[in-house]
Write a protein that binds this ligand. Sequence first.
Ligand code: HEM
Length: 144
Amino acid sequence: MKIRILLCSLAFALSAIPGLRADDGDTELQMKMQKMSENFRPLRNQLADATKNADSLAKVATIKENATAALKLTPIKIAAMPAADQPKALEGFKAELQKLITKLDDLTAALKAGKNDEATKIYADLGAIQKEGHTEYKASGKKK
Ligand code: HEM
């Protein structure tokens, strides 16, 4: 009986550590990224359309929420590095995410001001930051 309680506590404790794999095999960071992707992709075709601004703003807010949560997580690639190298790599990862978050704020401001042309330009900048982030911090080094 005691051992069962111990095992349950251990399982709970492990599941509470950020960055560890969730039940379906995805890391928490992968799940945040998937949410970002679901909201980022449709923006490509709707940012130019001012009638969709309310929906676009909601999507940008969801991307920002997930990017902000990702600041607390550790990519697989960094977790696999020697412990001594991890702090610097994590700093770089967070700085790249912060760059994304700042651009998302620019996008929100552009949409609120009805500047849809500017919004489409900012989308391209976000795509470039995504590529940089993936090249540097995704285990496979893939851009998408
Ligand atoms: C709008 C911007 C972005 C989108 C839409 C996006 C989307 C994605 C997607 C779809 C994945 C694959 C998830 C999976 O394997 O299921 C992923 C993984 C990943 N992305 Fe992003 N990403 C974005 C920006 C960034 C940035 C700026 C960084 C780095 C600062 C980054 C770092 C990573 C890492 C490290 C992984 C691998 C997950 C892991 O190691 O656990 N991403 N991203």
